[in-house]
Design a protein around this ligand. Structure first.
Ligand code: ATP
Length: 277
């Protein structure tokens, strides 16, 4: 963390923001998920909202990528389209080599159960099940065997060994979110999508969850994409992408929280001046 992509310290965040896209002079990014010319329009006619306006993006394999941007910029829509939770109006989405944008609902449901992990702001644990049962749930639903070694590795990584028989109400918010993160990883998904995973947590619990997401990338080779409003959370990412008005505006590599904050401020100012021009 805290290392700039650029060797010279930028004077403004705009200078720090580089265009998001293939970098001819940088290391090749091996993508786990890609979007091409992704457009999502909600509604029709005069009330239509163009939530995504032609997004081209590659998400790196074994990277933690954060998506940031002003409210309404299309972050959740992008993540939902990438994760097969929403269908794009046009364009393509490929996850782990599979084109998902034209899949049927049935095919998408199967893909989400086996190849994609989710972490939501509100944990979404089943209250009547223990932590262990919640973690095993995706495999139980898919009627797939639980790989005990994987289970032990993930549980150790989230530090939940002594909480496995507790129900969600008997766990702190941070512990519940760590159960949710373990559940997302148990089936070795191609990619984990996390939507504001620390939005409900105090700073200490947030640091635990983010530390785990980062170590799941570094130690387990997991690919993680996370939407967040918080610069301190995004600073855990290897790469931070910035959206504004449904378009990808740029990216930062290994940024620190203050550079992210500056970039966000400039994006918001630029958007305001476009709107008032
Ligand atoms: N189901 C929907 N129907 C109509 N409009 C929608 C729908 N979902 C999102 N939108 C609109 O699409 C745009 C992008 O929304 P989205 O939720 O992706 O933004 P966001 O960047 O995640 O915002 P926030 O940071 O506030 O969560 C917004 O203008 C929003 O009002």
């Amino acid at each position: 963390m805290g290392r700039h992509a650029s060797p010279t310290a930028p004077t403004t965040a705009t200078e720090a923001l580089s265009p998001a896209g293939p970098r001819p002079d940088g290391p090749a990014l091996e993508p786990i998920a890609t979007a091409r010319e992704l457009v999502k329009v909600y509604g029709a006619g005069e009330t239509a909202v163009r939530a995504l306006d032609g997004v081209d993006v590659d998400f790196g394999r074994a990277q933690l990528t954060a998506i940031m941007g002003p409210s309404g910029s299309g972050k959740s829509t992008l993540m939902h389209c990438m994760a097969g939770l929403d269908t794009p109006t046009s364009g393509s989405v490929v996850v782990d080599g599979v084109e998902i944008s034209r899949m049927s609902q049935r095919q998408l449901t199967k893909l989400r159960r086996t190849r994609i992990g989710f972490v939501f702001q509100s944990y979404n644990l089943v209250p009547t099940l223990t932590a262990e049962e919640n973690i095993r749930l995706p495999l139980d639903i898919a009627r797939a065997p639980v790989d005990q070694e994987r289970f032990d590795t993930v549980v150790r990584a989230v530090g939940l060994e002594d909480r496995l028989h507790h129900r969600p109400t008997e766990l702190s918010g941070g512990q519940q979110q760590r159960v949710a993160a373990a559940r997302a990883l148990i089936a070795r998904p191609a990619v984990v999508f996390a939507d504001e995973p620390t939005g409900n947590l105090d700073s200490r619990s947030a640091a635990e969850v983010l530390g785990f997401l980062r170590s799941s990338v570094e130690d387990l080779g997991q690919s993680v994409v996370m939407v967040t409003h918080e610069p301190t959370a995004a600073a855990y990412a290897h790469r931070v992408l910035f959206l504004a008005d449904g378009r990808l505006e740029g990216e930062l590599l290994d940024p620190d929280a203050s550079t992210i904050l500056e970039a966000l401020g400039e994006l918001t100012d630029a958007r305001e001046s476009r709107r008032t021009a």
